[in-house]
Design a protein around this ligand. Structure first.
Ligand code: ZN
Length: 171
């Protein structure tokens, strides 16, 4: 089952001019994968429309989605699931050499986990407000935490990331 078959053509809006030009294509590719994961998670009934991908150098280590419904676990957010799955990898992936791509700005719990896992970089698509606006109130980010962390945080403009919340609304 391909994602394209479920969600139709994917349109990608390029990042704001001047920012991270060199890594822009790469970032769009991995962030698109995270958004596709979010769609998969909803369509197979595992959870809410959130996806997260962990990348080591240029390779995807894990690609995960929200599992709160399947696991009956309110903490099974995509980012948490991705960190746990990456840690289970047999060749001991070093998380501090990895980047996370999250379809949506991580909530306070996930940001705490990302910080503790020492991931070196976070790229996200939709703003937390976009999720909160359609009923995912627990998604509100605590941007105060961002300043306490050393990791590089990039907000990428990717139209499909926010369009998701028009499609999968709780309200
Ligand atoms: Zn979260």
């Amino acid at each position: 089952m391909t994602v394209e078959a479920n969600v139709g053509p994917i349109s990608v809006v390029s990042a704001s001019a001047g920012h991270h030009e060199a890594s822009s294509d790469r970032d769009h590719k991995f962030l698109t994968q995270a958004v596709e994961e979010a769609y998969i998670g909803v369509e197979c009934g595992d959870g809410r429309p959130f996806g997260a991908v962990i990348v080591h150098k240029n390779e995807i280590v894990v690609s995960c989605h929200n599992m709160v419904l399947k696991y009956k676990d309110p903490t099974a957010h995509a980012e948490i699931v991705a960190i746990r799955e990456a840690c289970k990898k047999p060749n001991e992936v070093k998380l501090w050499e990895c980047e996370m791509y999250a379809s949506c700005e991580p909530c306070a719990m996930c940001f705490g986990a990302i910080h503790l896992s020492r991931l070196k970089r976070l790229v996200y698509g939709a703003k937390a407000e976009a999720a909160a606006a359609v009923g995912f109130s627990s998604c509100i980010a605590n941007t105060g935490l961002y300043h306490k962390s050393n990791l590089e945080i990039v907000k990428l403009d990717l139209s499909i990331a926010e369009q998701m919340f028009q499609k999968f609304s709780l309200s």
